[in-house]
Design a protein around this ligand. Structure first.
Ligand code: PRP
Ligand code: MN
Ligand code: MG
Length: 179
């Protein structure tokens, strides 16, 4: 698995430091708001689990599965809801947790839907932001790292469902996806 990685972009320590910082910031922002924190499966699951343990405020969690990439490298532009929320978002302060904002299509569709369902507020925290790839006019409310346009895996991010369990974020060797 590690032999498929060209370079480590963000180490475990760098990620942990940033997640702690975001957790503290979001705790201040959402104190007394009992936010509904939504994990966008599957990529955001590792970040969500770590982030929530740095949020020392009352909050609830829920999960949504949407897919735009399938097993390929590029967003298809179609955002399919594979699993919907259990709870209603009406009147709630919703915080969407994502691993990466790339074209922005997944999050723009999702936020549109949550606003349509009358959430009181909808904001997004993404660990990684790749603004160079944006196809729609959207930017994250909170972001961990802005990264260059390289295909990254690890800490929840996959290529063809693999590498999500790497504890760091690395750049995949091109020969892995061109073969
Ligand atoms: C990836 C990633 C984000 C989205 C970002 O998810 O986890 O959710 O793509 O891309 P975008 O900004 O271009 O829409 P993916 O659809 O691969 O599903 P996964 O989380 O299950 O890997
Ligand atoms: Mn995802
Ligand atoms: Mg994926």
């Amino acid at each position: 698995m590690n032999q498929d990685i060209k370079e480590i972009l963000l180490t475990e320590e760098q990620i942990a430091g940033k997640v702690k910082e975001l957790g503290a910031l979001l705790s201040d922002e959402y104190r007394d708001k009992n936010p509904l924190v939504i994990c966008v499966l599957k990529g955001a699951v590792i970040f969500m689990a770590d982030l929530l343990r740095h949020m020392d405020i009352p909050c609830e969690m829920d999960f949504m599965a949407v897919s735009s990439y399938g097993s390929g490298m590029e967003s298809s532009g179609m955002v399919k809801i594979l699993k919907d929320l259990d709870a209603s978002v009406e009147g709630r302060h919703v915080l969407v947790v994502e691993d990466i904002m790339d074209s922005g299509l997944t999050l723009s569709r999702l936020m549109e839907l949550l606003r349509h369902r009358r959430a009181a507020t909808v904001k997004v925290v993404t660990l990684l932001n790749k603004p160079e790839r944006r196809k729609v006019n959207i930017s994250p409310d909170y972001s961990g790292f802005t990264i260059p346009d390289e295909f990254v895996v690890g800490y929840g991010l996959d290529y063809a469902e693999k590498y999500r369990n790497l504890p760091f974020i690395g750049v995949l060797k091109p020969e892995v996806y061109s073969s």
